[in-house]
Design a protein around this ligand. Structure first.
Ligand code: P5A
Length: 445
């Protein structure tokens, strides 16, 4: 992408009403623009990040054996009356009446709709276990939307729903989700700690939230520092192995880790004092097991192995996809701007032409731009007629992992500068080697 043709509305001023750094940086970097309270448009740069986050979520869900699909944003109130949640959900639900006077709602979550789909076509235990999920916009009329995409009214969520024949099988589904979420957040460069949680309007009594430590987070958390050392890394997970998944879940849920809603001071005091930590944190996901809470009132059953009708055992599992864009920035920025982890960066590398209009520098910049693309990288080439300082400031603000700086002096010696956004380290390399370095490949001969 060439910056002269891109839509990147960078703000010079720091927006006065943005209280936290991720909100400020997303506005300044031209990632989002507020449409109305708690509702945002995703501009091209922000949309790239959102799509990359979504892609990681899809890959890890599919790896865990879950099936992507897409349900609508608007739902009929009738299904919610069946489950009994239409009245319970309260003012957070946006209720709409269509031209025929039918009650509709903008989905805040999809337990009812998916239960209706499954009950109409799954009738035997042989069709189970089954987990379906989608990534879709939700609406919750939050009383106090704030912090940009962190607490929006309209927000993008991955929500998945498991259907199992009994409790034991449903617990494996729960564990599979917990492990796949650990993997998902790790791939985004985040340390998200699973913590025992309350269940609120979703229901059930078995739930974990995933929390990313950040001073600006809305949750208070208490945990044993040991949990920070845990890492899945390259460990291969067999999602069809209930014992293997349960062992990983045990490993992550044994150290003390609770939000202020479930905190137990006596148990926390049993953790050695030098390991006791408390902090603020951002909730980036939550998983639930709620047994037959929806299947009973909605009469969703299958014939089990004994030939009897049995209510489906269910759980639901959510990742805050749009919130993650903000959470990643909270976890990874400096005084100059965003520092994207490679896996979610909107472009892989920024190319800065120090002397736009100079024949040789233009040609060299164009060459390295082509080279990056043929190497499978996604480059953003700053080909505008701007001062070097302004170009560097823009690149630092939008936080691409690498910057290649092309100037007339270097070109005469056949080299460009490669700078890491994270470490600030700069090295001189031949253009081809700069691209190899970004790709983690050795230099050419
Ligand atoms: C699980 C999936 C549910 O709704 N039903 C379907 C269950 N869970 S949840 O915890 O309420 O939401 C899942 C995740 O969505 C994000 N989230 C939000 N993100 C931005 N703005 C909001 N107002 C908002 N509300 C929830 C969170 O990351 C949450 O963990």
């Amino acid at each position: 992408m060439k910056m002269s043709r891109y839509f990147l509305p960078i703000l010079k001023e720091t927006p006065a009403d943005a209280q936290i750094v991720s909100h400020r940086l997303m506005l300044r970097a031209g990632m989002i623009r507020q449409a109305s309270a708690g509702i945002y448009s995703w501009l091209p740069l922000g949309y790239r990040v959102l799509r990359r986050i979504e892609q990681i979520v899809h890959e890890e869900q599919i790896r865990a054996g879950h099936h992507p699909m897409l349900m609508p944003t608007l739902q009929s109130a009738d299904l919610w009356r069946e489950s009994g949640r239409y009245d319970d959900y309260g003012e957070e639900m946006l209720r709409i009446t269509d031209r025929h006077g039918r009650d509709m709602l903008y989905g805040p979550t999809n337990e009812e709709l998916i239960t209706d789909i499954v009950r109409s076509s799954v009738h035997s235990y042989r069709d189970l276990p089954l987990t379906l999920y989608h990534v879709q916009w939700k609406f919750r009329d939050e009383i106090r939307p704030r912090f940009g995409v962190m607490r929006g009214r309209e927000f993008l969520m991955k929500d998945g729903y498991n259907f199992d024949v009994d409790h034991q099988s449903a617990i494996h589904s729960y564990n599979r989700h917990l492990v796949s979420y650990l993997k998902t957040y790790e791939r985004m460069g985040l340390k998200a700690i699973p913590m025992r949680a309350e269940t609120g309007p979703i229901g059930g009594d078995h739930s974990h939230e995933f929390l990313v430590l950040a001073d600006t987070g809305e949750s208070g958390v208490f945990f044993d520092r040991r949990i920070l050392d845990l890492n899945l890394g390259r460990r291969q997970v067999d999602y069809d192995d209930p014992d293997g998944c349960a062992r990983i879940v045990d490993e992550w849920t044994s150290p003390y880790a609770r939000t202020d809603e479930t905190h137990d001071a006596a148990q926390f005091d049993a953790v050695p004092e030098d390991r006791r930590m408390s902090s603020r944190a951002i909730e980036v996901g939550q998983i639930f097991y709620f047994g037959t809470k929806y299947s009973e009132p909605m009469n969703a059953t299958v014939v089990n192995a004994e030939g009897k009708q049995a209510f489906l055992h269910m759980g639901s599992h959510g990742i805050g996809v749009s919130r993650l864009a903000g959470a990643i920035i909270e976890a990874s920025h400096d005084e100059r701007g965003i520092v994207w982890p490679d896996s979610v960066a909107p472009f892989d590398v920024g190319i800065v032409n120090l002397r736009q209009g100079d024949g040789d520098t233009d040609a060299a910049s164009q060459r390295i731009y082509n080279l990056a693309m043929s190497a499978g990288l996604d480059p953003l080439y700053d080909d505008r007629n701007e001062r070097a300082g302004a170009k560097f400031a823009t690149m630092d603000l939008i936080g691409l992992p690498w910057r290649v700086t092309v100037g007339p002096k270097g070109i005469r010696r056949g080299v460009v500068e490669l700078t890491s956004r994270r470490t600030g380290e700069t090295i001189e390399l031949k253009p081809g080697d700069a691209i190899n370095h970004i790709k983690g490949l050795p230099n050419e001969e």
